[in-house]
Design a binder for this molecule. Sequence first.
Ligand SMILES: [Zn+2]
Length: 57
Amino acid sequence: MGMACAYCASDVDRHEPVYVTENPTAAEHEAFCNYACLSAYIADNQLTFGAACEWNP
Ligand SMILES: [Zn+2]
């Protein structure tokens, strides 16, 4: 597919791509080379993937 890593902009297909969606209803996914780029991206952006696990009575 040739997606670019959201963190370092490398072609993720050259690595072991990790795809993440921040919003379950969004069609767009963030792509990362690997978990290292993913974790670095989260740290840089102070994001918490998995925040969708909210209390939902
Ligand atoms: Zn990367």
